[in-house]
Design a protein around this ligand. Structure first.
Ligand code: GDP
Length: 423
């Protein structure tokens, strides 16, 4: 190996030499040539209580010493109280195909007295990686996008032989919509074959009961028989019962293999009759690595992204456009407001019109009254004039009226009142 390279993400990248065939050289058969030139980025997360063989299995899977053997903590050593997230990256190359492998470890998970919130920092880490990707996608220059999203999560189940524990169910329920879950039974060499078969059935029943989605390797139509058989064989082994080992042992027939030696015999990691390691590696590396990346990108990330954008009020999906689009909502509110204003205006117009009519009617009435009064006065005036003329004639002819016949005085008063009224 060479000197560490500049950090990307959480940790430095080192160059590692493979000690044997791993299988990602098969990636070209899984994807387009373009990606081969650029190299691949693959991030796998490992979750499970400490001591379940996570580091050993990663080393076994990628045939490299990504993790050096851990020293056991002294009995009274201070243990951390929270789940931490640690990631290690390595550039590895096989038959000219470059892979930047990142392993995200979650030490502390399930190790405390109270593990209720153990899943939380892990969800946060996965989401912050989605965030980082979204941020890169939103940039103008999207040429050099670094994909640090978690493409697969190996969940280590303790080989109890019973069923899933509360912490297992809680973790998977919280994570299954955000990451490709691959459940595995750790240290399967501690269980008998019968125990493993029964344990697997109970685990699958629990997973189904709690409606947890684990990664389903896809099957395509018109696939050849060999591929279909391979697919079926892989699927039939889930949850993979695995054994990890970084040491080589000699078999009775003289072969040197990776395995674990016991007084009662030898467990070979790469022997399909001994454990499901080969099938797990096929799922994770040789056959479905690209599918894991693809599913992360087009389904898990996409789902998270639209939820995130929705929560920020930006609609992505036209079917939910109406409920949440703020522009649409504003337009609706504006139109409602305008309708309300128009209604108010109409009402005001009607009231105004009514008031005008009332006023006009009133004016007409007073006009009529005035006219009637005027007519009455005019008649009285005419009568008074006639009386006066009559009086004048009598005076001229020498026949004055008796006081009872003379009403001109009253008429004069009436006339003055009328003039006053007019002004
Ligand atoms: P981690 O804390 O989960 O990373 O676990 P390690 O990988 O450090 O392994 C803890 C101990 O379990 C070490 O002594 C390993 O040698 C041992 N171990 C790892 N894998 C297996 C396995 O598949 N079977 C058995 N029996 N022991 C294992």
């Amino acid at each position: 190996s060479t000197s560490p390279q500049p950090a990307h993400g959480l940790s430095a990248v080192v160059r590692k030499k493979l000690m044997g065939y791993v299988g990602f050289a098969n990636l070209p058969n899984q994807v387009h040539r373009k990606s081969i030139r650029k190299g691949f980025q693959f991030t796998v997360m490992v979750v499970g209580e400490s001591g379940l063989g996570k580091s050993t299995l990663i080393n076994t899977l990628f045939n490299t010493t990504l993790y050096s053997p851990k020293e056991a903590l002294p009995p009274h050593a201070e243990r951390p109280q929270t789940v931490s997230i640690q990631s290690i990256s390595a550039d590895i190359e096989e038959n000219g195909v470059r892979l930047r492998l990142t392993v995200v470890d979650t030490p502390g998970f399930g190790d405390f007295v109270n593990n209720d919130d153990s899943w939380k920092p892990i969800v946060e880490d996965i989401e912050s990686r989605f965030d980082a990707y979204l941020e890169q996608e939103s940039r103008v220059n999207r040429q050099k996008i670094v994909d640090n999203r978690v493409h697969a999560c190996l969940y280590f189940i303790q080989p109890t032989g019973h069923s899933l524990k509360q912490i297992d169910i809680e973790f998977m329920r919280r994570l299954h919509q955000k990451v490709n879950l691959i459940p595995i039974i750790a240290k399967a060499d501690t269980l008998t074959d019968e125990e493993i078969t029964e344990f697997k059935q109970r685990i699958l029943a629990d997973i189904a009961h709690h409606k947890i989605n684990i990664f389903q390797a896809p099957v395509y139509e018109n696939e050849d028989e060999e591929t279909m058989a391979e697919h079926e064989e892989i699927v039939s082994k889930i949850p993979f019962a695995v054994v990890g080992s970084n040491s080589e042992v000699k078999t009775p027939d003289g072969r040197i293999v990776r395995g674990r030696a016991y007084p009662w015999g030898l467990i070979e990691v790469d022997n399909e009759d001994h454990c499901d390691f080969v099938k797990l590696r096929q799922m994770l590396v040789r056959t479905y690595m690209e599918e894991l990346r693809e599913h992360t990108n087009t389904y898990l990330y996409e789902q998270w992204r639209s939820e995130k954008l929705l929560s920020m009020g930006i609609a992505q999906d036209p079917t939910v456009f109406k409920e949440v689009n703020p522009a649409q909502k504003a337009a609706e509110e504006r139109s409602l407001h305008e309708q309300k204003l128009a209604k108010m205006e109409n009402e005001m117009k009607m009231v105004f019109h009514q008031k005008v009519q009332e006023k006009e009617a009133k004016l007409r009435q007073s006009e009529e009254e005035l006219y009637a009064r005027h007519k009455e006065m005019k008649e009285a005036l005419d009568k008074q004039r006639l009386d006066l003329e009559e009086k004048k004639r009598r005076v001229e002819t020498g026949r004055p009226l008796s006081p009872s016949q003379d009403k001109s005085g009253v008429g004069t008063v009436n006339l003055s009142l009328y003039i006053l009224f007019l002004y």
